[in-house]
Design a binder for this molecule. Structure first.
Ligand code: F6R
Length: 259
């Protein structure tokens, strides 16, 4: 099962995950990071600003999880723009090494297989940062997604469009379709780190960590991964049946082990 780490707040989660990423980059300067967008990973990117300052990150590579289909990449809420603004520029990464799925309508038929080929050519993702939707999606793999799925076009649920309306002027502006790494793509990353904060994510976290393995609970795919870490605050951990055990195991973890 995934290792669950219950932290005091999002800032502590950011510090913990950033430390792991810095260790990875120190060991492997051309590390391949799997980058999530949305609000959840922001504390990680924030913590990385100070921790990576002064380090040579010119060889770090990255792959975003997803992109909206048909949204101009120059739109401030395209994931290309978000990744540039929140990750590439503040961390000083080389934009040519940071990939985002191509949501252009004209090339969408082969954009998924192109993206899979690019991940393969990079040797796969070393550490994949994940958030989770209130409906349980990871990436934009909405309920019903196959555990074997690869990068492809998906239709966003009404719930996800409502959740993401906060980034747009109105819900009508939230695209209907996205291109997302599949659950099978995500499972090929060497380390999964899923973060979640707040009561609104508690059920999705419980389903992902302790629920039955089911396509209706896309987050439950992480149970199939040999190295998955779930970092949550108390509110997001509030529906976990085994929360005392997770606290106990983390408190007694050998100091030489990272997350
Ligand atoms: C983002 C992504 C999504 C989000 C999820 C949670 O690249 O793939 O799975 O992680 O929708 O979004 P936030 O963090 O905004 O609550």
């Amino acid at each position: 099962m995934a290792e669950v780490v219950i932290v005091e707040n999002a800032e502590a989660a950011g510090a913990l995950v950033a430390a792991e990423i810095v260790g990875l980059i120190d060991a492997r300067p051309d590390a391949v990071l799997g980058l999530a967008t949305g609000s959840t990973p922001l504390p990680v990117y924030q913590a990385l600003r100070t921790r990576l300052a002064g380090r040579d990150v010119s060889r770090v590579r990255g792959f975003a999880l997803d992109e909206y289909v048909g949204l101009d990449p120059a739109h401030p809420e395209s994931y290309r723009s978000v990744i540039t603004r929140d990750v590439v520029e503040p961390l000083g990464l080389d934009p040519r090494r940071i990939h985002v799925p191509d949501g252009a309508q004209e090339t969408i038929r082969h954009a998924g297989s192109d993206y899979e080929a690019a991940i393969d050519a990079a040797g796969g993702v070393d550490l994949q940062i994940l958030g989770i939707g209130t409906d349980g999606h990871i990436g934009f793999n909405e309920p019903g997604s196959s555990f074997a799925s690869r990068t492809r076009v998906k239709t966003l649920t009404a719930q996800t469009r409502e959740d993401n309306a906060r980034f747009f002027d109105s819900i009508d502006d939230v695209p209907m379709h996205c291109i997302t790494q599949g659950l099978g793509t995500i499972l090929r990353a060497r380390h999964l780190v899923l973060l979640a904060f707040g009561e609104g994510k508690a059920q999705a976290v419980a389903d992902a960590v302790e629920g039955p393995l089911s396509a209706i609970l896309p987050g439950s795919a992480i149970q199939l991964h040999p190295h998955a870490t779930v970092v949550v605050d108390e509110a997001a951990a509030s529906r976990l049946a085994l929360s005392d055990y997770y606290r106990y195991t983390f408190a007694n973890k050998p100091s030489w082990q990272g997350i």
